[in-house]
Design a protein around this ligand. Structure first.
Ligand code: SAM
Ligand code: SF4
Length: 345
């Protein structure tokens, strides 16, 4: 249930600062985009020809760490670095290292396509990450090439093996099932995670940005349909477990180490429980994935290089802008022109 709040709910009381929006939802989770660039071009995420943000407009690594720290001082306890492909940003490990030192940050994590994990799994573990998400939609090299427009499956698989080897507590696959692309691989992907004690979350495709000739209404595969299919093949028990994100989880009756999650922005709008905001690689604080409400934090950090109090106040003020929810419709042209990669998915 949500409640109406007043502005004073955001003040720092008894040393327990908190960020509360006008609908009573507390923001405890920030997704920081390290870059809008990527070494892949997944059909649902990007068009083949993308124009990326000029490098000088990106937040510096120090600015990124500073913004992350300000959020943590305001009660945020989970930060995910994402993108674009976060591991393609030069020296990005320094941001993980800086954030990893913050005592009040309970959960520091990353979403990656895995292509660079062979190199970075160990440094990420050393920076304090205990769990990571790796995106993978197919186990077939030819399909991987088609879905990612020229990626090499073996690199992501090698990245997954490297992550398993360094021993993260939990590795989760993120998978977008698309009708006609990979809907015949659902069981193969589930067996892949079960064999490795990993989790898997199935994400419904969202209408963000123009993506060339890929038609989202043609490929949409609902979580309800997927769940029904999986119930026919596995004994699954719903859990009330949360990882601070939008996924709803099920456990296998015969394998206690793996879970299936569903992220269902269309069929089960998750806005009521939203505890998240995003910061783009340019430093725009986005209050909702599916709306344009935003605040320019880059401007604030650059105008106040030595004053984090001004930055924190700007973040507190931005909470007033958080809208009630998104309004996705796959059958219409996307109303949000930002790509997922620019948003910080
Ligand atoms: N490059 C990294 C990766 O692929 O894991 C991180 C960024 S990517 C934008 C984060 C997640 O967003 C991926 O799991 C991807 O499958 C998902 N994603 C991208 N575009 C999407 C869309 N239009 N609808 C639903 N999920 C999307
Ligand atoms: Fe790159 Fe991730 Fe988008 Fe794929 S989903 S194009 S890997 S940012």
């Amino acid at each position: 249930m949500t409640k109406k709040t007043t502005q004073t709910d955001n003040v720092i009381e008894n040393n327990t600062p908190k960020l509360v929006d006008p609908f009573g939802r507390q923001v405890t989770y920030v997704r920081l985009s390290a870059t809008d660039r990527c070494d892949l071009r997944c059909v649902y995420c990007m068009s083949e020809d993308m124009t990326f943000v000029p490098r000088e407009q990106l937040l510096t690594l120090e600015e990124m760490s500073r913004i992350g720290k300000a959020f943590v001082e305001l009660g945020v306890n989970k930060i995910r670095l994402t993108g674009g492909e976060p591991l393609t940003r030069r020296n990005i490990i320094s941001v993980f290292e800086a954030l990893g030192k913050l005592d009040d940050l309970k959960d520091l994590t990353v979403t990656t396509n895995g292509t660079l994990l062979e190199k970075y799994a160990q440094p990420l573990k050393e920076a304090g990450l205990t769990r990571i998400n790796i995106s993978l939609d197919t186990l077939r090299p030819d399909r991987f090439k088609k879905i990612t427009r020229n990626g090499k499956l073996e690199r992501t698989l090698a990245g997954i093996e490297a992550a398993l080897k360094v021993g993260f507590e939990k590795i989760k696959l993120n998978t977008v099932i698309m009708r006609g692309y990979n809907d015949d691989e659902i069981l193969d992907l589930v067996e892949f995670v079960r064999a490795r004690n990993m989790d898997i979350s199935f994400i419904e495709e969202m209408p963000l940005g123009q993506i060339g000739n890929h038609d989202r209404s043609e490929t949409y595969y609902s979580s309800d349909k997927l769940r029904q299919f999986l119930f026919e093949h596995y004994a699954l028990n719903a859990t009330t477990e949360e990882t601070g994100g939008p996924a709803k989880y099920y456990r296998f009756a015969d394998n206690l180490h793996s879970r299936i999650g569903f992220i269902s922005p269309h069929s089960h709008n998750f806005c009521e429980d939203c505890n998240r905001v995003r910061v783009t690689a340019e430093g725009m604080l986005l209050l909702c994935l599916g709306q344009e409400h935003s605040m320019d934090l880059r401007k604030v950090v650059r105008a106040n290089p030595d004053n984090d109090e001004v930055l924190k106040q700007a973040i507190i003020d931005a909470m007033k802008l958080k809208p009630k929810g998104h309004d996705f419709n796959l059958n219409e042209q996307p109303i949000i022109m930002r790509h997922m990669s620019a948003t910080g998915g």
